[in-house]
Design a protein around this ligand. Structure first.
Ligand code: XMP
Length: 535
């Protein structure tokens, strides 16, 4: 792959580290998060164009505090944020004072006199994978000079008491004498506060100045350049081989397959397993998109009966997930003849999956199912062209590749499909109930323009019955649960405040139109403590 300019964000365990990566990428600069434990080696090996040292929960004064040999940063423009500023100060000969109270929340900074300049122009325009424009580069000034807003977001215990030799103080607050410091000659910059969060209104300007004025980056990370690079990389990796692209109907696998088709045409063999657990009309839409739109080499394996037979009588959530995973493998085995000449398997793994799987502390809450555990005879090598992208970047790439908007805008959908939204036994009848209720809910949201900002919205079926009355008759039927959540990355989520009138209308329609349902609930729980899916 052609080498993009790269910014390495060294993760010291801060809660906003991933956000720093996102902000940098939003400005059209490729950025990667690297744990502090492996950062030295990575920086030495890859010589990034700039480095950002993240915040973190520890104190640099503690024994065995997370650290980095500053020698590796020599000649690389570096920005320290929060813990990053303290580490920079300590390593370069400044003094740190142990904090007695944690300072947390909004503060106002005063910009130091000697770092002021006449130029007040903000520089927040930028190119990126998601937006495509670039601002002019302006003259030298400190990162905090002439900002439109003096509000910043602080979250720290220790303070820098004395800056290292060569540094000047650029900003302070009432409670934090050194809220920013810089050594222009060495291209070392630091702020005590968090420019990456929206509570620092001019945070983007600060990051933008660091990237474009100080580190002199170009902003060469765009959808087009990404697609171009991946197509070249895929062609080089695959040669004359064939690639199995397992498509699920979700946006990630659709974009992954579209990239593969662009790179190697018919040799990208798209396989779609219809397990009968998809949303209403979804299977048809996948076929239409891939055959009608992309003229793809698509094989559809109809395995509905097989999945329903295996799921019969099963009610345990983990068992159901495992069965769905195993049956995928069975389907691949049954079609061994058609698939055995594939040399590669392409998966739609995204960057958050990569980051998460690198986290030693993540507890297993649910068995996540992609196309894991493939049979032995499928000794295929993996291709994961999206493993460096966040979801919104995947969508932007999908648009550039010409995927239809309703495919690109599709909400994430779990691999085990509706089986995780049907509590208790999964039967064709119960799947049908969920499909119909789900269709009504999402159609109504869309028709009213109330689906904007929703990460996922769906209907689920509970495994209980309650009494109702319909047309003078007693009913004893099952309830539907509606869930709509907002989220950045599915790690946390909160229920969306859908207008009561919409919910009431949807509930009425569901009870009237979906046989076997006599009540509708709306799920108000956030994640944590709940999860997004019910199982
Ligand atoms: P939870 O329910 O754990 O879900 O809050 C977080 C996100 O992951 C999706 N999800 C899955 N995606 N295979 C997938 O590909 C799975 O097994 C799976 N389980 C949950 C879920 O829809 C949400 O976006």
């Amino acid at each position: 792959m052609k080498k993009h300019q790269t910014v390495i964000v060294v993760d010291f365990g801060g809660q906003y580290t991933q956000l720093i990566v996102r902000r940098v990428r939003e400005m059209g600069v490729y950025s990667e998060m690297v744990p502090w434990t492996t950062a030295e080696a990575k920086i030495r090996e890859t010589q990034p164009n700039a480095v950002i040292l993240s915040g973190g929960p520890r104190s640099v004064l503690e024994d065995c505090a997370p650290t980095l040999d500053v020698a590796v940063l020599k000649g690389i423009p570096t920005l320290g944020i929060c813990y990053g500023q303290q580490l920079m100060a300590q390593m370069l000969g400044g003094k740190i004072q142990q904090g007695t109270n944690r300072e947390y929340g909004k503060r106002r900074i005063r910009v130091a006199e000697n770092s002021k300049s006449e130029d007040q122009s903000p520089t927040t325009d930028h190119r990126s994978l998601v937006t495509d424009h670039q601002s002019p580069i302006t003259d030298h000034r400190s990162l905090v000079t002439g900002l439109a807003s003096d509000q910043v977001w602080m979250s720290h215990g220790d303070d820098v008491l004395e800056v290292p030799p060569g540094f000047t103080v650029t900003a302070s607050t009432d409670t934090c004498p050194i809220a920013g410091m810089e050594n222009e000659a060495e291209q070392q910059y630091a702020v005590q506060f968090h420019p990456e969060v929206t509570h620092t209104p001019d945070g983007k300007t600060i990051l933008h100045r660091f990237l474009f004025e100080k580190a002199k980056l170009k902003g060469d990370w765009t959808s087009e350049s990404f697609i171009e690079d991946q197509v070249t990389a895929i062609r080089a990796q695959v040669g004359e081989g064939k690639v199995l692209c397992a498509v699920s109907g979700g946006v990630d696998s659709a974009v992954m397959a579209a990239l593969l088709i662009k790179a190697i045409g018919e040799r990208a063999m798209c396989v779609f397993v219809d397990h009968g657990l998809l949303r209403k009309n979804e299977a048809e839409q996948v076929k239409e998109t891939f055959i009608g739109h992309f003229h793809a080499n698509l094989k559809v394996f109809d395995a509905k009966d097989q999945f329903f037979t295996e799921l019969k009588g099963q009610t345990d959530p983990e068992r159901k997930r495992k069965i769905v995973g195993e049956q995928f493998v069975r389907v691949f085995e049954q079609h061994a003849n058609e698939l055995k000449d594939c040399d590669f398997l392409a998966q739609g793994t995204l960057y958050p999956d990569v980051i998460e799987s690198g986290s030693p502390t993540a507890a297993k809450i649910k068995t996540h199912h992609n196309v894991g555990g493939l049979p032995d005879w499928m000794r295929m090598k993996l291709i994961e062209p999206l493993r460096w992208l966040f979801k919104d970047e995947v969508r932007a790439v999908g648009r550039k590749l010409g995927l239809p908007e309703d495919m690109v805008e599709r909400e994430p959908f779990p691999g085990p499909g509706l089986s995780v939204r049907i509590l208790g036994e999964v039967t064709p009848e119960r799947v049908h109930m969920v499909q119909e209720a789900d269709w009504i809910f999402r159609e109504e949201l869309k028709a009213r323009g109330q689906n904007k900002g929703i990460w996922q919205s769906y209907a689920a079926l509970l495994d209980v019955k309650s009494v109702g009355v319909m047309g003078d008759e007693r009913t004893y039927q099952q309830p539907i649960v509606l869930r709509a959540v907002a989220s950045e990355d599915a790690m946390t989520a909160h229920a969306v405040n859908i207008p009561f009138e919409t919910l009431e209308h949807v509930a009425n329609r569901i009870v009237n139109e979906v046989q076997g349902v006599n009540r509708v609930f709306y799920d108000l729980t956030s994640k944590p403590p709940a999860t997004i899916e019910l199982e």
